[in-house]
Design a protein around this ligand. Structure first.
Ligand code: ATP
Ligand code: MG
Length: 321
């Protein structure tokens, strides 16, 4: 029996937050034992928008450390930094030769993020092709994706299928899998928007100290209705708190709860998840050299397969190997 191969990516554009934990990291941890998963810090993707070099480098190491602190087992799940596996960029170019300009320009995220005008990096346009390369390079068959990534995954499937049809079977065509619980954690200050790494005030970063977590939840936007119930349309803030409580603790709020009591319960549930992550992170960050070694081992673990995939692709396209 062959084991399912999965890839989960995190962009070093900010501190990892509760949405990343519940939507991506926990599903990765749950799947570790029965899949061949790869955890990737997508540093090349962090270069598609205006960026601060020192910050990207620091966040890359921080995210790797947080993944380890949260329980990613590097012996089971290689943790790789995207740019340290040069085959990602090599395959990216080769796949650009089967992707259409219109296909890339049509991507909703590209249109949204480039809408402000100004200087738009060409890499923002081509990044979905790099994402396809990330997936196809490692023979991934399942990609856990939030809704915001559906269109990009579809492009990866299209490119794989087109390539296989035109040049012979080269790639596994990946499937999207949706994480079950809390697929989308909303921003606590603005519950109509998803919690994100940048530009949000109602975000709980995994390394926030307890008093910050406490304050962010205490200030979470609710409503005037004063009933604790799930009603995403009329009570998005309260619904988000209920969903976070369920995702963190498996519990529903008790009957007759006030918003204050609900917030205290959510705070306790979130703290129960974050306390051990913070503690382990503090231990691990005392020895960054050890984390760097784990990253080097991750690269070494995935590279043979990546090199083989690029070689197959080169041959299929008519390049002299
Ligand atoms: P950015 O704002 O830079 O896009 P992000 O917070 O969306 O940052 P990513 O690095 O793009 O984080 O995503 C990492 C993983 O976390 C992805 O699998 C993504 O689907 C998931 N994720 C991101 N935000 C949330 C959220 N609010 N709820 C659930 N999952 C999320
Ligand atoms: Mg994102």
């Amino acid at each position: 029996m062959t084991t399912t191969r999965r890839l989960t990516g995190f962009k070093p554009t900010g501190h990892l937050h509760l949405g990343n934990l519940l939507g991506a990291l926990r599903p990765l941890l749950a799947a570790q034992a029965h899949t061949d998963s790869i955890a990737m810090i997508a540093d090349l993707h962090a270069l598609t928008m205006d960026h601060d070099p020192a910050r990207v480098r620091a966040l890359t190491l921080e995210q790797a450390t947080v993944l380890l602190a949260a329980g990613v087992d590097p012996d089971r799940t290689p943790i790789i930094v995207q740019s340290q596996v040069p085959e990602h960029t090599e395959l990216h170019y080769l796949l650009e030769c089967v992707a259409g300009f219109g296909e890339a320009a049509r991507m909703i995220q590209f249109r949204e993020k480039s809408a402000g005008g100004g200087h738009v990096r060409l890499s923002l346009l081509t990044y979905p092709v790099l994402m396809a390369a990330d997936i196809l390079l490692h023979d991934i068959d399942q990609v856990p994706v939030g809704e915001d990534q559906n269109q990009h995954l579809e492009l990866a499937r299209t490119l794989a299928t087109r390539f296989n049809t035109r040049y012979g079977k080269t790639f596994t065509v990946p499937e999207g899998v949706r994480p079950e619980a809390a697929a989308r954690v909303m921003d606590l200050a603005e519950p109509s928007a998803k919690m994100g790494k940048s530009g949000s005030t109602g975000r709980i970063a995994l390394l926030d100290p307890p008093e910050v977590v406490h304050r962010t939840i205490a200030r979470a936007v609710t409503d005037e209705l004063a009933v604790v119930r799930r009603d995403p349309d009329r009570q998005p803030g309260v619904t988000n708190l209920i969903d976070i409580l369920a995702a963190c603790s498996g519990r529903a709020p008790g009957d007759g709860h006030s918003y204050g009591k609900l917030k205290r319960e959510v705070t306790d549930a979130v703290e129960a998840l974050l306390t051990p992550i913070r503690a382990r992170h503090a231990e691990l960050s005392a020895d960054p050299g050890h984390v760097r070694e784990i990253l080097a081992a991750g690269v070494a673990a995935v590279r043979p397969r990546a090199i083989a995939a690029v070689r197959r692709t080169r041959t299929a396209l008519g390049l002299l190997n």
